[in-house]
Ligand binder design. Sequence first.
Ligand code: XIL
Length: 375
Amino acid sequence: MQKITLYTILGGFLIIAFSGCQSNAPKKIPSLKNLFKNDFKVGAAINERQLYGKEPGAVKLVQKQFNTISPENVLKWAPINPKPDSLNFGPADRYVKFGVKNHMWIIGHNLVWHKQVPQWIFQNKDGSLVDRQTLIKRMQQHIYREAGRYKGKIDGWDVVNEAINDKGKLRQSKWLKIIGKKYIPMAFKAAAKAAPKAELYYNDYDLYKPAKRKRVVQLVRNLQKKGIRIDGIGMQGHWSLKKPDLKQVQKSINAFSKLGVKVMISELDIKILNPGYFANKDSTTNNPDPYKNGLPDSVQTQLTNRYVSIFKLLYKNRNKISRVTFWGVNNGDSWLNYRPKKHTAYPLLFNRKNQPTPAFWGVVHAIKKMKRQNK
Ligand code: XIL
């Protein structure tokens, strides 16, 4: 009787142990930072909710997967200094503290931009535009204060963001109108003074476009000629299933790295629905949120293939690329869920439960294979 019980228990154990080896056992999830550890840093933009402990799952994922972070919004000028006499460094301090604690490569984003900048800085008390000297002073003061505060902690700054328009001309921002084109070298000079050890970057979208590529090359050469430090170019990477043509991306990577600066993909995400879809009344009235309940297999396959092609390209360029950062941690917190209209977006490699998506596995398998073949 006793023997039978013993066998039953043993048998039970064996069944449990054996079933643990079956396919329903959890697959070990590799980390992107480890996969690319000899190639480039891999990161994600983190948001205020995560910094304040409201998404512990996403925070754990960041700690497991990434070795660099970017601040989605908390370091921008408007939240930090909304009114002349109000300064709010709380969330930004938390961001930097999180990065230091987790030994991350910490990105500062950004110092000078035409968006998310408080309007008061361009205005006199009566609402008229300030003169050139006043704006130069305000810009320098902001850079000294913010980049200076995190001196030795923030490793790389997006000093100037999106200064070039789609035609490859300097954007007609208030910066340009009031200060003139010198605001760019002035910003870099001030950043170099405030944070002498941090890397300094120019960051922009659509840098695969020939006109923008050409203008960025000119901008960097101009700084270099003047002896003003610039260490890298961030290609944002807000891309879609079809655009850009990766050959154009390759051309920009080549052109930028020839300048002797680092090249980064600084804000990677992939749109499935293009702005055209939302602009079309028929499509949006009939189906405002087509992938609300998930992606059909055929679309998922397109997304996986797109991500695989992108990462194959980035991996091939590992000698030129220093960092690849996703704009968000998981699909649920991506800004694209609200752009151009509210919908369910799938732009990143982790789903709303912080689990890897088929695109994640596609990338992992493709890169492991390339590594095995020494490609
Ligand atoms: C976006 C944020 O993700 C949004 O939450 C915010 O409402 C607008 O800005 N280029 C940039 C980023 O350089 O700062 C932008 O981030 C996305 C486009």
